[in-house]
Design a protein around this ligand. Structure first.
Ligand code: ZN
Length: 307
């Protein structure tokens, strides 16, 4: 159930109380509120004991790509439609890596089990899909973009079932450019948690435990600044020093030293540069596209052994 969804006609979010005030409980047809994830007029208010609790999605178990109702497909991937730009790549990537512990902490606030190795694999993925080349890239958004690129994350739960977490931007964000262009309504990010006893399958709508709106980027920085009287920047730098265990930090530092993410460890001759890069790109893309499935299977095997 969602507490806020898109207004049926206006370009803004609405909660169930306001929706009922405007349309009444029996709203049908095109007056139905829109799902923030698939943008369809599919949200119905949930009323219990006269109280508006939120909205639920109609048409469950469909072949729709909406993660709230799908039973067969997985949500569309976040696209990178911009071209590679080596100068932006270098500038944004090195700015992110200079403060990687701060960004890593942002990600771990959302996924406690996130390891430095997964962080490194996500940065490597961002390298091959040219995330850093976007001219208007906003650094404070990047931890959340990486989470959205990560597809599924395993979270330790009770032994009887596996927990999975997925991050999906609202339906107006098809590619990262949609995050960083001028907009009238700020983009939103949703954290969908799944609990499934069915191993070997990607989670579907019936496995959903919760779907929460996650404040991210500039919105989150503003929220935190309001809640804390200390200057935000001072708090960040003080608490970011060496909170990651030395051995783990060393693995990230070693990855950072290993190259600039352009796939060129040494300066190759111009005619030799293209094929190795393409090979590596394909290799990393394939391995990461299968990553979610591999981690699910590994988790299931471990659980099988311990149980
Ligand atoms: Zn939907």
């Amino acid at each position: 159930m969602l507490t806020q969804v898109l207004h049926p006609s206006a370009d803004d979010y609405i909660d169930a109380d306001h929706y009922l005030g405007e349309f009444g409980a029996d709203a049908t047809g095109k007056r139905r509120a829109r799902c923030p994830l698939c943008l369809r007029h599919a949200m119905e208010p949930v009323v219990e004991g006269g109280r508006a609790l939120g909205f639920s999605h109609r048409e469950r178990a469909t072949a729709s790509a909406c993660p709230l109702v799908t039973c067969s497909t997985q949500p569309s991937k976040l696209r990178m439609d911009h071209a590679r730009n080596i100068a932006w790549h270098r500038q944004h990537r090195s700015a992110f890596l200079a403060q990687w512990q701060m960004h890593y902490r942002r990600m771990k606030e959302q996924v406690g089990s996130l390891t430095v190795d997964r962080l490194v694999s996500l940065i490597a993925y961002a390298d091959v899909v040219n995330l850093w080349s976007h001219p208007a890239l906003v650094l404070v958004d990047v931890p959340y973009v990486l989470l959205a690129l990560g597809e599924l994350f395993a979270e330790p739960g009770d032994p009887a079932a596996a927990y999975w977490v997925r991050f999906v931007f609202d339906g107006t964000v098809r590619c990262v450019d949609d995050l960083w262009r001028a907009r009238s309504v700020a983009p939103r990010l949703y954290k969908i948690s799944y609990k499934t006893e069915t191993v070997g399958h990607m989670p579907v709508w019936r496995d959903i435990v919760s779907c929460d709106d996650v404040p991210f980027g500039a919105t989150k920085v503003t929220l935190e600044a309001r809640q804390d009287i200390r200057p935000h920047a001072a708090r960040e730098s003080a608490s970011d020093e060496a909170w990651v265990p030395v051995a783990e930090a060393a693995r990230v530092e070693s990855f950072i030293r290993s190259g600039d993410g352009l796939g060129l460890v040494e300066d190759p001759k111009p005619e030799e540069s293209a094929p190795p890069w393409e090979d590596r790109q394909t290799q990393v893309l394939e391995s990461l596209e299968n990553y979610a499935v591999y981690t699910m299977r590994a988790y299931a095997r471990r659980r099988g052994r311990s149980g």
